[in-house]
Design a protein around this ligand. Structure first.
Ligand SMILES: [Zn+2]
Length: 220
């Protein structure tokens, strides 16, 4: 897809189908999944606000995501625009013909938690993982997620161009460096947060104050 290609709005039937799918997945969130999310720092309030769910009863076209964590990409009013799926099994995902994270085929790459762009003040935060963005939002930082360098498009740059500071919180690995490189090259306001582990692991190991200090100190 060309970078300048505009986002095609979802049709009414697509919107209704997505809304029904996401509501169903939310209703099927199990205690086991809630415990998993808690172990990743995500409590009940966040799970509800971000409309997380489990694909126990897949919507048409979602059959291959059965059993996975459903992570809806919500619009500014909380309506789902797409869903990504995270496999919760500890196995080699490729042996099962899927990835750890799965995007619906031919779906338009979107920014996760786009509402943060509208709610944020002068600063905004960009993570690589959706669940990492949920953690930062829980801590009071307005955060979106771009799940990989190949999901970063020109329109994302335009959406973030008005901020004085765009903090990037990509994972400390090659893929994360690639995403950070793309964003910092595209936006002069972008600044990378140095992490020794991903946002969630850093939060679970060192807590809120440590995570916040990573962006507060650097403003001096
Ligand atoms: Zn899997």
């Amino acid at each position: 897809m060309a970078e300048h290609e505009p986002l095609t709005p979802l049709s009414t039937s697509q919107k209704e189908m997505l809304e029904e799918a996401v509501s169903t997945y939310q209703a099927h969130l199990t205690a086991e999944t809630a415990a998993y999310l808690m172990s990743r720092g995500i409590g009940r309030d966040e799970a509800i606000a971000f409309r997380l769910g489990i694909v126990a009863d897949p919507a048409p076209g979602h059959e291959k995501y059965r059993g996975m964590l459903a992570i809806p990409y919500l619009g500014r009013d909380g309506q789902p625009l797409t869903v990504r799926f995270r496999c919760l099994q500890e196995h080699n995902h490729r042996d099962y013909f899927h990835g750890k994270y799965n995007t619906i085929k031919d779906d338009i790459p979107r920014m996760f938690n786009v509402g943060a762009v509208h709610r944020a003040g002068e600063q905004i935060h960009v993570t690589e993982g959706e669940l990492d963005a949920i953690i930062l939002n829980k801590l009071g930082l307005h955060a979106v997620a771009i799940p990989g360098a190949n999901m970063w498009f020109g329109r994302h740059r335009r959406m973030l161009a008005g901020f004085n500071r765009v903090w990037t919180w990509a994972d400390p690995d090659d893929a994360g460096a690639e995403l950070t490189g793309k964003i910092t090259r595209a936006l002069r306001s972008a600044k990378a947060v140095r992490l020794k582990a991903d946002v969630t692991d850093t939060y679970m190991a060192h807590g809120v104050e440590h995570l916040l200090s990573l962006v507060q100190k650097k403003e001096d």
